[in-house]
Design a binder for this molecule. Structure first.
Ligand code: M1P
Length: 247
């Protein structure tokens, strides 16, 4: 049976929104060359390319962006789902941004991606320092979680999650990372999947895939990590899954 390794990107293979660490990049290049690897990010493919070298992306069996709404193999778009988000939802997002009690606004507060809205009160144009400051503030004030909750309980056919450090992803119901399980298994029905993600906790965008893998077959597994260093540690130590040894 073939082992397939699925990885989230931000916080799992790289520091959030940063390129891969050079030493880990070297290690992971070898790993992707000798194992079946699939990447699955909340970010779009263009952002993934800023973080993971193209050589590594091309060694992957496939790369999913926008939590599965777009899929690339060997740098070629294989499929992409689009969605027109309704005015009512956009109005809710705008009022979240306007009412945020965080003072700073840096620009690009609503980003429309294939099949996804990405919302940020501080804005996607925040620099590294501004990101860190917002993230620390949000950890204390839980502003993103409150909005995620509001969307998820609104009765609208959308689901929200807090993917990274400063933003919220909103997708049509069911358009979350869990779609990757069936897509990969339809290609490799016998595969045993091991997923690494840093947002497996409630409201995290890795949770739907982790839950989907926790099925009655008992074949698949997910590994919660807090950083690329931790992912690296698991891969190096060869202790990913008792039955899923790394090649
Ligand atoms: O891949 C995880 C997340 O990365 C970014 O989040 P943030 O800018 O908040 O750190 C975004 O691209 C987000 O959509 C994505 O889920």
């Amino acid at each position: 049976m073939k082992n397939i390794y699925l990885f989230d990107v931000d916080g799992t293979l790289t520091p959030p929104r940063m390129p891969m660490d050079k030493a880990f990049e070297k290690f992971f290049d070898g790993f992707a060359g000798s194992n079946k690897v699939v990447l699955i990010s909340g970010s779009d493919y263009k952002k993934i390319q800023e973080q993971v070298p193209q050589d590594i992306l091309n060694k992957c069996d496939g790369v999913y962006g926008c939590s599965g709404a777009e899929y690339f193999e060997n740098d070629v778009l294989v499929h992409r789902k689009e969605h027109k988000f309704p005015g009512k939802l956009l109005e809710l997002c705008k009022s979240f941004i306007a009412q945020s009690s965080y003072d700073l606004r840096c620009g690009t507060h609503i980003e429309e991606r294939p099949g996804m809205l990405n919302i940020s009160a501080v804005g996607r144009d925040a620099n590294a320092e501004q990101r860190k400051a917002y993230h620390a503030w949000d950890m204390e004030h839980q502003e993103r979680i409150a909005f995620v909750d509001l969307i998820n309980k609104s009765g609208l056919p959308y689901e929200a999650s807090a993917g990274g450090e400063i933003s919220i992803d909103i997708v049509p119901q069911g358009w979350n990372k869990s779609v990757v399980k069936n897509e990969v298994l339809s290609k490799y029905p016998e595969a045993r999947l091991t997923f690494f993600g840093d947002k497996i906790a409630p409201n995290g965008n890795d949770l739907p895939l982790a839950e989907a893998l926790n099925d009655t077959s008992g074949k698949h597994t997910s590994v919660a990590v807090e950083s690329y260093e931790e992912t690296w540690g698991y891969l190096k130590a060869n202790v990913v899954h008792p039955k899923a040894r790394v090649a």
